[in-house]
Design a protein around this ligand. Structure first.
Ligand code: ZN
Length: 314
């Protein structure tokens, strides 16, 4: 197995994780958590979403949060932006990069963006132009890229069509999202390899949800395809809107630990991430989902119990 020697992990808990929590987290609390996460060594963080405050009240403090955090050199701050209004707020808050949200299927897109996939893509045109003027980097995404809860399988032709549109917009960095945990390793490899055949200049990242326990296997499949950019959420915070009790993103500590065990360097301080995960677990015990918090690191050896008296022995 030939694997990349280094990967970049983007921490998305402040957006994807917090967004799915029913209780409003005060902006000061978010600022404390984001500052702690920035110290862990993540090269990129998805800190918030500039959606309409009424649509997602949890993200209504986006500007306040961005103005309150301690910026750290070398950490790219990314935010989701659905429209021009959101983009203006993002630019005013000095985000480094915006992520455009697009669904692979029309059914998912109609539900999320009130537009078909291609209609949503048309709406990106003025956003991309405005972002260019302000020197804000733009990254694209494809939600439900490996399966849609309404339509099932996503044909490769669909991905190719979307990538063609992204190319026309001058966007070559795309996040492939397994939004509802329908991917499996064979499919991950197939989708990446097929798109890359037609668009070799594109740079893909993987945003994997662990809804069905497949996220780490899918991440390894991505690694084998040469993917070096991944999203994850500390403490596994986040969820699935279609399955209330299901897991959210793969936990950052699980992804970092797994990669490092395989000899793939992340450059992130795992102990520091676990401390934040523990802190979050104490505040949100119902929403945390982390193997490492339950089991500890593989290399944290336990004391050998020594010779034991067997039943029936004198
Ligand atoms: Zn997500």
């Amino acid at each position: 197995m030939t694997l990349p020697s280094n990967v970049n992990i983007a921490e998305v808990c402040p957006r994807d994780g917090f967004q799915s929590l029913p209780e409003k987290i005060p902006p000061n609390e978010k600022i404390v958590i984001i500052n702690r996460l920035m110290e862990c060594g993540f090269p990129q963080m998805e800190v918030t979403s500039f959606v309409h405050p009424k649509a997602v009240p949890q993200m209504s403090d986006a500007q306040e949060v961005l103005n309150g955090i301690n910026r750290k050199q070398g950490v790219t701050l990314r935010a989701l932006v659905p429209n021009l209004k959101g983009l203006e707020r993002a630019i005013a808050s000095n985000v480094d990069k915006i992520k455009l949200m697009l669904s692979a299927t029309d059914s998912h897109s109609l539900y999320n963006a009130n537009a078909t996939t291609m209609e949503a893509m048309d709406k990106f045109i003025p956003l991309v132009e405005r972002a260019k003027e302000s020197d804000t980097k733009v990254t694209g995404s494809i939600s439900v890229a490996f399966g849609c809860p309404y339509e099932g399988d996503v044909p490769i032709e669909r991905h190719l069509k979307i990538c063609q549109r992204y190319q026309e917009l001058g966007i070559h960095e795309i996040s492939l999202a397994d939004t509802t945990g329908m991917a499996h390793p064979v499919l991950v490899k197939k989708v990446i390899a097929s798109i890359r055949d037609s668009y070799p200049e594109f740079h893909f990242s993987l945003h994997l949800h662990n809804t069905r326990g497949m996220a780490f296997a899918n991440a390894v499949a991505g690694l084998e395809e040469g993917i070096i950019d991944f999203d994850s959420s500390v403490g596994g915070l986040g969820g699935c809107p279609y399955a209330p009790n299901a897991s959210g993103n793969i936990a950052s500590e699980d992804l970092i630990h797994g990669f490092e065990e395989m000899g793939v360097k992340t450059g992130i301080n795992l102990d520091a991430v676990m401390d934040v995960a523990k802190y979050l677990e104490d505040i949100f015990p119902k929403y945390s989902d982390s193997f490492l918090l339950k089991a500890g690191k593989s290399k944290s050896l336990v004391k050998a119990p020594g010779k034991q008296k067997k039943i029936g022995e004198n």
